[in-house]
Design a protein around this ligand. Structure first.
Ligand code: G3P
Length: 217
């Protein structure tokens, strides 16, 4: 399964990329709004760091505005993916942009019906928000299970990009269900490394080794 970083922060992305396990980046207007500097230059820098799919989202809500912004975002770098919301105008923009060979990530997906529409409009990625569904008492992973089943039935090329991941269990469950990608904030990727038995085991190995070296010295 591919792992993306959900952040617009250059330092966080550099640190995550240095781990050698990051395949791409997702941003959204809220994440980019937090960062200093020109968002186009930041996205360009992010593309240079990860050399993988980087999603930048339109802020227009009408199709023609989304197409104009979509072309601009796609022109920033060959790695750019245009993110559009799952609205009627978003689906129309997705159909048009994907028809031109521009990769589109359809975001703010909360139902299997919505995911079916995005696949039929030629989306490269669909972004169901599991954490936000959990927030309202709905099991977000049930949506992933449905989308994996539906996309499998019809061989859609759209990749399932599990978004709004709040903890490592979201990533594990997404992988067990066969989702293509999970995108996580840097803190969640960090949590994925943690296991107390790894720390305890390493400490014992090193202590035993040093003790033996001291005896032999
Ligand atoms: O890109 C979507 C993601 O950023 C949403 O995450 O944690 O705000 O629900 P969250």
């Amino acid at each position: 399964m591919k792992l993306f970083i959900d952040s617009g922060n250059i330092k966080d992305i550099e640190a995550a990329a240095a781990l050698g396990i990051i395949d791409g980046v997702t941003t959204n207007p809220s994440l980019l709004a937090k960062e200093p500097g020109d968002y186009r230059q930041n996205l360009k820098r992010i593309c240079q760091i990860v050399k993988g799919p980087v999603s930048g989202e339109v802020t227009a809500t009408d199709t023609s505005g989304m197409l104009q912004q979509g072309h601009d975002i796609a022109s920033i770098d060959e790695h750019m993916v245009v993110k559009v919301p799952l609205t009627r105008d978003g689906i129309k923009a997705c159909k048009a942009l994907s028809g031109e060979g521009i990769r589109v990530n359809v975001t703010l997906c909360f139902s299997a019906a919505q995911a079916l529409l995005a696949a039929k409009a030629g989306a490269t990625f669909i972004s169901p928000f599991v954490g936000r569904l959990d927030d309202v008492g709905t099991n977000g992973m049930d949506l992933i299970r449905e989308i994996v089943e539906i996309y499998g039935n019809y061989d859609f090329s759209t990749e399932i990009l599990v978004a709004s991941c709040r903890h490592p269990i979201h990533v594990i469950e997404a992988a067990r269900l066969g989702a293509d990608i999970a995108t996580c904030p840097p803190a969640v990727v960090d949590q994925m490394f943690n296991h107390p038995l790894t720390n305890i085991g390493l400490e014992k190995f090193l202590k035993d080794w040093e003790k033996a070296q001291a005896v032999k010295a």
